[in-house]
Design a binder for this molecule. Structure first.
Ligand SMILES: Nc1ncnc2c1ncn2[C@@H]1O[C@H](COP(=O)(O)OP(=O)(O)OP(=O)(O)O)[C@@H](O)[C@H]1O
Ligand SMILES: Nc1nc(=O)c2ncn([C@H]3C[C@H](O)[C@@H](CO)O3)c2[nH]1
Length: 258
């Protein structure tokens, strides 16, 4: 008798729970995570050769031009004043990526709402950039989002790096907004990524995490990329479909090779 009541209750709850926004319209989704300069964009470009994948880069260009305002620059230059508005805009742009419909079988995203929440926001609160009141507002927003918007996350690929390595890469890449970012900030972000993805102190502990050694330089990281390819296609139960090669006529090929 008790069992029948239990199942009837569960069924009623399931039938009455309103579906979340973007529920059931997302494919197998992979989140590429890692410190600043860990090679996420470079990694994402590696998957350009496959046809049936929706690749979504981190919307940095949008953050650099919000109606003519460079929010990214303002966040770094006047962080106490601009960290909060910047985080609200990151939340909006990340949710647009998470809920973007696609007919592809796999979606691969550069970063996510989770790294913003569990790494950047946590770190800015810990180092005093975010006032407690701002932090609490963001937490309430995250809790509301969790209840009302579906965020698909089937696999996280963590490009694990050493802060010293990414500090050099960041300086070489020389993004103007990051010109004053100290090694200490990268060390803090490294700890927050490790707490989230290795020690599993935050977020959903059931989301599988594939850890790659992203300290390897471009000449030697191919095996790590291949390992992630195998994991992604195996986990998404799909065979990789290569983009149709663009055939170049012999005469044009000769000209190109000369
Ligand atoms: N495995 C690697 N070895 C050496 N350099 C790399 C490697 N991967 C990327 N780089 C270089 O490091 C810099 C940062 O790479 P990339 O932009 O892909 O990092 P990212 O994680 O997307 O950075 P961000 O988080 O700031 O957007 C670039 O100049 C890139 O050419
Ligand atoms: N404060 C803050 N919160 C975020 O959610 C966030 N996501 C990315 N970034 C910064 C890191 C790189 O400089 C640059 C590109 O990744 O943007 C962030 N900064």
């Amino acid at each position: 008798m008790m069992l029948r009541v239990f199942y009837r209750t569960i069924k009623t709850m399931a039938l009455t729970r309103s579906p979340k926004y973007a529920e059931n319209n997302q494919p197998f989704t992979v989140l590429i995570e890692g410190n600043i300069g860990s090679g996420k964009t470079t990694f994402l470009n590696h998957f350009n050769k496959f046809d049936d994948i929706c690749l979504l880069s981190e919307p940095v260009e949008r953050w650099q031009d919000v109606g003519g305002c460079n929010l990214l620059d303002l966040m770094y230059k006047e962080s106490n004043r601009w960290a909060m508005p910047f985080q609200t805009y990151v939340t909006l742009t990340m949710l647009e990526m998470h809920t973007k419909p696609t007919d592809k079988s796999v979606k691969i995203m550069e970063r996510s709402l989770f790294s913003s929440r569990y790494c950047f926001v946590e770190n800015m609160y810990a180092n005093g950039t975010l006032h407690k009141g701002m932090y609490q507002i963001l937490q309430d927003w995250y809790r509301f989002i969790e209840k009302s918007i579906h965020i698909q996350a089937d696999l996280i690929v963590y490009l694990r790096t050493s802060p010293e390595v990414v500090f050099e890469r960041m300086k070489t890449r020389a993004r103007s907004e990051e010109s004053c970012v100290p090694l200490k900030y990268l060390e803090e972000l490294h700890v927050s990524h490790e707490d989230w993805l290795v020690h599993r102190k935050r977020g959903n502990p059931n989301t599988p995490v594939l850890i790659l050694n992203a300290d390897l330089d471009l000449e030697n990281i191919g095996s790590e990329y291949k390992r992630s390819e195998d994991s992604i296609f195996k986990a998404s139960i799909r065979e990789p479909i290569m983009r149709e090669p663009i055939y170049v006529s012999p005469s044009k090929r000769e000209r190109l090779s000369s």
